[in-house]
Ligand binder design. Structure first.
Ligand SMILES: CC(C)(COP(=O)(O)OP(=O)(O)OC[C@H]1O[C@@H](n2cnc3c(N)ncnc32)[C@H](O)[C@@H]1OP(=O)(O)O)[C@@H](O)C(=O)NCCC(=O)NCCS
Length: 175
């Protein structure tokens, strides 16, 4: 699949919500949950980014881009760790195993390194084998566990994380 990444726009929301709807392992936010990723608050010490992956072969043109995946992240600018949290990521069921999830995670890592983040972290359902395989392959390691953190169905959360070291992200990030 030929795809490109770009920042999420409000006009992508219908497609993003549809992907989330088909991805019960990912957070299912209301449309308003994405608003902070579009409207930066100049007063806040939180930076946010949201990206989409566009299948440009399947897209008829700029007005009809096919969104196949998305990711959203928040960076806490505290002047020390500048902790980055991967808030959500999902790939359309028909577009999985084509490298979109890896590309989005890599782009989030580049973005967080560009903003001097020192650590990336996320929560994942303990039974989410595909996501765990992707994250472990990308260098994330277990940092904790929250028993019965998720509901519907009830499940533990695994906390994964990795340091973001200095240097060009495309060099330090595993292929
Ligand atoms: C988890 C998810 C984002 C992975 O996205 P993806 O685009 O399919 O992942 P990639 O194609 O980049 O996979 C990279 C590697 O991760 C591992 N991986 C991904 N999916 C896997 C699966 N179903 N089984 C085993 N390994 C898997 C493999 O090592 C894979 O490399 P390979 O295809 O060369 O073997 C996707 O399955 C998804 O959207 N799941 C539902 C939502 C979700 O779980 N979000 C994360 C919530 S924390």
């Amino acid at each position: 699949m030929n795809f490109t990444l770009r920042p999420m726009q409000p006009t992508d929301l219908d497609q993003v919500l549809a992907i989330a709807e088909q991805s019960p392992e990912a957070p299912r936010w209301q449309p308003s949950g994405y608003t902070p990723y579009f409207v930066p608050d100049p007063q806040t010490h939180l930076l946010r980014t949201a990206l989409v992956a566009i299948d440009f072969q399947a897209s008829a043109g700029p007005a009809e881009e096919k969104v196949r995946a998305f990711a959203a992240a928040t960076l806490l600018l505290d002047g020390q760790q500048n902790f980055c949290q991967l808030d959500s990521m999902a790939v359309h069921p028909n577009a999985r195993r084509h490298g979109l999830g890896s590309a989005l995670l890599r782009a989030i890592l580049v973005w967080s390194a560009d903003h001097n983040a020192r650590h990336l972290a996320l929560e994942v359902r303990a039974g989410n084998a595909p996501a765990l395989a992707l994250y472990q392959r990308c260098g994330l390691r277990p940092e904790g566990r929250r028993p019965r953190y998720y509901t519907d169905p009830e499940e533990d959360a695994l906390l994964l994380g990795m340091p973001i070291t200095s240097g060009p992200p495309h060099v330090r990030f595993p292929p």
